[in-house]
Design a protein around this ligand. Structure first.
Ligand SMILES: [Zn+2]
Length: 255
């Protein structure tokens, strides 16, 4: 499931490829897009890109934005003019140089929409600060004031936007914190370990283009499965259910 590092990697790739391009048409169908809710964008240039949490914005020269959410399996691929559609292409944005941006999504949970104002869209969704730009002070104050368990806090998009199931596990592994730890009961040193782990894990993942095969060998992500061993201490990896999904952790390294 695309989380902040995957979406940021897509954003950086859009920055290199489509800024300044003029849109000639958008095609696609429900549920990926609702053509009836898209204003005419033909003739509009892509002026820039932005990301907040797991939402990606392609800002148009009109001041409005195309909004992408990648659901479980969404991705964007720039296709040269005469090449066929990639598999599972659900929507396409056509450009005046005959290239097109294909929104591929095997599972069909992704969405392409439009927002007249990016800031209002973010506010309307009540998204918390982006996980890569939240200040350390804000994070520590929010964490210290919550009776929630560590993993649930990290997953709450209204508190901090962009972290999902997989990177939450990595952040807590890096911090040495058990996913069920109640944050209010953690001392300031333990909270500060989490505050340090958030930007460390997310920035490192972006630096590796969110490619799991290139992540440090000391990370837990490649070992998030039953029967695997901790890459640091070789203890068997354990799991608990948090918010209906498994949190994988090392019972020795994460107390
Ligand atoms: Zn361990």
């Amino acid at each position: 499931m695309p989380e902040l590092p995957e979406v940021e990697t897509i954003r950086l790739s859009l920055d290199r490829t489509v800024i300044g391009h003029t849109i000639t048409a958008i095609s696609g169908s429900k549920p990926t897009i609702d053509p009836g809710n898209l204003p005419p964008v033909s003739g509009r240039k892509i002026a820039g890109t932005a990301r907040h949490g797991k939402f990606l914005f392609a800002d148009l020269d009109s001041g409005s934005s195309l909004v992408f959410h990648f659901g479980m399996t969404g991705n964007l691929t720039l296709v040269p003019g005469d090449e066929p559609d990639p598999p599972y292409s659900r929507a396409e944005i056509f450009f005046d140089d005959h290239a097109r941006l294909a929104f591929t999504d095997p599972r069909r949970f992704g969405r392409l929409g439009w927002a007249p104002d990016r800031a209002a869209f973010i506010a309307g969704r009540r998204l918390g600060p982006d996980a890569l730009t939240i200040s350390r002070e804000r994070f520590l104050a929010d964490a210290a004031g919550t009776g929630r368990r560590a993993k649930l806090f990290l997953l709450d998009q209204h508190r901090i936007a962009g972290i999902g199931n997989i990177y939450a596990d990595e952040i807590l592994f890096a911090a040495g914190i058990h996913p069920h730890s109640v944050l209010q009961e953690c001392d300031p040193v333990r909270l500060s370990l989490i505050a340090t782990a958030v930007p460390y894990v997310l920035n490192s993942a972006v630096d590796h283009a969110a490619d799991f095969g290139k992540f440090p060998e000391t990370w837990i992500i490649p070992y998030r499965a039953c029967g695997e061993s901790c890459p640091c201490c070789s203890s068997p990896i354990d799991r608990v259910v948090v918010a209906g999904r498994y949190a994988y952790f090392c019972p020795f390294c994460q107390r």
